[in-house]
Design a protein around this ligand. Structure first.
Ligand SMILES: [Zn+2]
Length: 143
């Protein structure tokens, strides 16, 4: 069922009416079965659909979808972060420096590093042949 606000073009009356579908409205209109409640004119047009009905369902659907998507991504990031925390050394903002010392001094402690670097750092490291991976990072404030 769809609720339409109908507007009478003759006397400007606005009234609601229920229809099985928008198609049904068109059919009834063609058969001249829709007329103004007040003046009986057939010049009745569809106004805006009742906003409450439509918006609510749509909004809830999208919000739920977004939430699920967000949770899914968060889970992947969490997994990533756990793996990195267990297998890499955190070097914070010294990332570019540490990455260079590993690369040039061939530090071999078997562990990778992770930390923060600017876009410029990453670009420079890349030019020097040092590969870095960028991953999204979410600070977990419960830790
Ligand atoms: Zn009317």
């Amino acid at each position: 069922m769809i609720k339409y606000n109908l507007v009478c073009k003759k006397c400007d009356l606005i009234f609601d009416s229920w229809f099985a579908s928008s198609l049904e409205f068109d059919k009834l209109k063609k058969k001249e079965l829709i007329n103004c409640h007040r003046c009986g004119s057939l010049r009745v047009e569809k106004g805006l659909m009742a906003p409450k009905l439509i918006n609510k369902t749509f909004r809830d659907k999208n919000e739920k979808k977004d939430l699920l998507k967000h949770q899914k991504i968060k889970k992947i990031i969490d997994k990533y972060q756990k793996f990195i925390k267990n297998n890499f050394d955190y070097v914070g903002e010294n990332f570019a420096y540490e990455a260079r010392s590993i690369h040039y001094k061939e530090k071999k402690n078997g562990r990778g590093i992770y930390g923060t670097a600017s876009k410029k750092d990453i670009k420079e490291l890349k030019e020097e042949g040092i590969d870095t991976q960028m991953i999204p990072w979410v600070e977990n404030k419960n830790n």
